[in-house]
Design a protein around this ligand. Structure first.
Ligand code: HEC
Ligand code: HEC
Length: 243
């Protein structure tokens, strides 16, 4: 009898734990006022503290178990510049993409539960944690210039031209979430259309991107200058085969 009661209580506790983890939104509604909910600090304390730590030093309770380690927001180095902006600090838009889509390949989760406003608030809060203040990030694409991109194989080029940072493509282990996934691009576009997408990305704007309608000028506009004709052909031929 006692055992039955115990296993019943254990089961109930598991269900509650599951609910709190899977749908903290439900519980937030009871515990916090609307004003508190939309404060970046509150969002941070609800969702980020366990990994990034109370003061943002990347030392939350779970940090020891994680590899790579959660970012230290106080004096850590940022790594993800989804719009090709120059570091050392990401643009607001770039950090918002990181929070919304997560970082595949690490434990940094996606947060589709958060509203756009909550994502803006929490990224502003994260910026405020930086020691010495948050310098302006370099304007988007300012750093790319006309530096030629090196590489011969499609795999090298996809990496060196940072295609992987914006596009998902399973064949090359790429998980970018800014532009459309390219897993079946060869079935959707002809070889010539793929070449055009690379060298003149604004000629045709794809409609659906992972975070909603595609941003118009997010894809760098100067691959035509930075990649040789042969390199463009290598990439386009490889992409044509992805069906
Ligand atoms: C389960 C652990 C975990 C949680 C929860 C978590 N993060 Fe992270 N986060 C990580 C890890 C790990 C990294 C480092 C990934 C890497 O270096 O590739 C990271 C990196 C980041 C980065 C740095 C991106 C860059 O350019 O270097 C930002 C910004 C960030 N997280 C914001 C947040 C915010 C905001 C929340 C809460 C809404 C949050 N994280 C919740 C684990 C977590
Ligand atoms: C900074 C982010 C970014 C980078 C880097 C980037 N792209 Fe894109 N790409 C996008 C976005 C956003 C779109 C959708 C808007 C458009 O069509 O211009 C797109 C569209 C495309 C399309 C058309 C997709 C479709 O479904 O019609 C192809 C093909 C493509 N990119 C290939 C590449 C290749 C190859 C590289 C590297 C040489 C690259 N992209 C680098 C963001 C990026």
């Amino acid at each position: 009898m006692l055992r039955t009661i115990f296993s019943w209580i254990a089961g109930l506790a598991l269900v509650l734990l599951f609910l709190v983890i899977v749908s903290p939104d439900v519980f937030r509604g009871y515990v916090y006022s609307t004003e508190q909910r939309s404060s970046g600090e509150r969002v941070y304390q609800t969702y980020c503290i366990g990994c990034h730590g109370a003061d943002g030093a990347g030392n939350g309770a779970a940090a020891d178990m994680l590899n790579p380690k959660p970012r230290n927001f106080v004096d850590g180095e940022y790594k993800y510049f989804h719009f090709g902006e120059a570091g050392p600090l990401p643009s607001d838009e770039s950090m918002q993409i990181t929070v919304r889509n997560g970082l595949p390949g690490s434990s940094m989760p996606a947060f589709p539960l958060l509203t756009e406003q909550e994502i803006r608030d929490v990224t502003n809060y994260v910026k405020s944690l930086r020691e010495g203040g948050w310098g302006e990030s370099q304007p988007i694409q300012a750093a790319s210039g006309v530096v030629p991109i090196e590489g011969e194989t499609a795999e090298e080029l996809f990496k060196n031209a940072a295609c992987y940072a914006c596009h998902a493509l399973e064949a090359l282990d790429a998980a970018g979430g800014v532009g459309p996934a390219l897993d079946d691009i060869g079935a959707r576009l002809s070889y010539d259309e793929i070449v055009e997408s690379i060298v003149e990305p604004t000629a045709v704007i794809a409609s659906v991107c992972p975070a909603g309608p595609c941003p118009e000028a997010a894809m760098p506009q100067n691959f035509g200058e930075r990649l040789s004709e042969e390199q463009v052909d290598t990439l386009a031929s490889f992409l044509s085969e992805q069906q």
